[in-house]
Design a protein around this ligand. Structure first.
Ligand code: AMP
Length: 433
């Protein structure tokens, strides 16, 4: 019986070789920039105890309520494919006593997340994030520095984003604001959507986050948290803004921007891009001073962010992506069996010297091999025929300008080594800041 070909699951996809240079470019640049700012990589498991997220993200969120990939393993443990990493990083920080050395700990991660969301453009069920966490400081200067770092990365990738900020208060001032907010919502309760009506009771701040069109006029009329901050939160917010201004960073205050969980405090921020369409959020982050205690750890202040890699890759300028493609430096064309043997040994020699070579086994005529060299984007073609073998001199063709000349092996090596390293990989990139 004929079998139907299998395909990827909805909301997941293969990232094909042609797209990979874009991903590498973003990941490489991110690693460089994160290192410049003193972050070290951490790799936590994709599988964690469900309880970590139930506690660390909160039972009333969409993520925990309806989006987690959860299963019971053979040992009867409830396990979840991670929908985010902050909770894992904070768990690891406690589990490995990273707080013992004192000072601040700066960690970053890159990898896949899993959320069973409604799929649409820019929204996947397996998606990738780059994120970083600073543990052990409540200084607003840390927050501004992290934001500066993200903007530096985006600038290097020639991507523009607007910075939106807010303060969500703390245990001191937020309960009072929530009471005021609840009261205000109850005035128009019948006009809000079902989710808002439910959230008004369970997680009132999240009403401010609602995207349903018909709720917007009523949400816009609700009281603003920034008008109800206690003195400490207000000072923190002011200092955060001072640091942003000193760094020359532009921002907009959006009082509706919230993180709806109790242990998120003070600074919340988002970066959005006009090029992303309806799913315009590129980066989200904030302060979560109470999270460690919720997870059974010591009191630890924390601030972090997560950047959507899929979305960043999507809006990366083509010119930048194009320039980062690892094209073969030399395509070896051979015109006989004997020439193939020579081609294999020349390729081995060149590869030892760090030169990317492409050899097509079982290749056809000169014409078809030249066509293939073009297809793989080779920068040079080395032609090895009987004459060349006899003379030990080969025809080298530079594809860019079709210039062709004869070289011996030592001359070939010398010529290839003389090409600027950056140009070899990245012929038209001038953005090596
Ligand atoms: P969050 O962890 O929800 O704060 O999201 C941080 C960033 O991850 C967002 O700003 C998006 O760029 C990205 N992101 C979140 N969910 C998805 C998704 N389902 N598909 C693609 N990217 C996502």
């Amino acid at each position: 019986m004929e079998q139907k070909p299998l395909t990827t699951l909805p909301g997941t996809r293969d990232i094909l070789p042609v797209e990979i240079p874009r991903w590498h470019l973003v990941e490489d640049r991110a690693r460089q920039v994160l290192a410049l700012y003193g972050f070290q990589e951490i790799r936590t498991p994709l599988l964690e105890a469900t309880e970590l997220f139930a506690r660390g993200i909160g039972g009333d969120t969409d993520i925990v309520g309806k989006e987690m990939y959860t299963f019971t393993d053979q040992g009867g443990t409830s396990i979840t494919l991670r929908p985010e990493v902050t909770a894992s990083v904070v768990r690891a920080y406690t589990e490995h006593h990273m707080y013992r050395g004192g000072g601040i700990t700066k960690l970053y991660y890159i990898g896949p997340m899993f959320r069973h969301e409604k799929k649409q453009k820019g929204r996947w069920r397996q998606f990738y994030q780059i994120g970083a966490e600073v543990l052990g400081s409540d200084d607003p200067a840390v927050e501004a520095e992290v934001i500066e770092m993200i903007l530096r990365l985006l600038e290097q990738l020639q991507v523009e984003a607007r910075l939106l900020i807010n303060s969500v208060g703390d245990r001191n001032c937020r309960p009072g604001f929530i009471a005021i907010l609840k009261e205000a919502i109850s005035q128009d309760l019948g006009r809000f959507c079902d989710d808002c009506r439910r959230r008004a009771q369970t997680n009132t701040l999240r009403v401010l986050d609602c995207k349903v069109e018909s709720c917007q006029p009523y949400i816009n009329r609700l009281p603003r948290i920034t008008d109800h901050l206690c003195r400490e939160c207000s000072e923190h917010f002011q200092k955060f803004q001072d640091h942003l201004r000193e760094a020359g960073i532009r921002y907009e205050i959006v009082p509706r921007l919230v993180r709806g969980l109790d242990y998120y405090v003070r600074t919340a921020f988002e970066m959005v891009s006009g090029e992303l369409g309806s799913q315009n959020a590129l980066v989200g982050g904030g302060r979560y001073d109470g999270l460690s205690e919720v997870l059974g750890g010591p009191p630890v202040q924390g601030f972090g962010f997560a950047l959507g890699l899929d979305r960043l890759v999507m809006i990366l300028p083509d010119s930048l992506a194009e320039a980062s493609v690892d094209r073969p430096e030399v395509y070896l064309v051979y015109l006989s069996d004997e020439a193939l043997k020579a081609a294999i040994s020349i390729a081995r020699l060149l590869r030892r010297q760090g030169v990317r070579c492409h050899l097509e086994f079982g290749a056809g005529s000169l014409k078809s091999q030249m066509r293939m060299a073009n297809r793989v984007g080779a920068r040079h073609v080395l032609i090895i025929g009987q004459d060349e073998l006899a003379k030990e001199r080969y025809s080298l063709k530079r594809m860019e300008d079709s210039k062709q000349w004869e070289v011996s092996l030592p001359e070939l090596s010398q010529y290839l080594q003389s090409l600027p390293a950056a140009a070899r990989k990245n012929p038209s990139s001038t953005n090596d800041k």
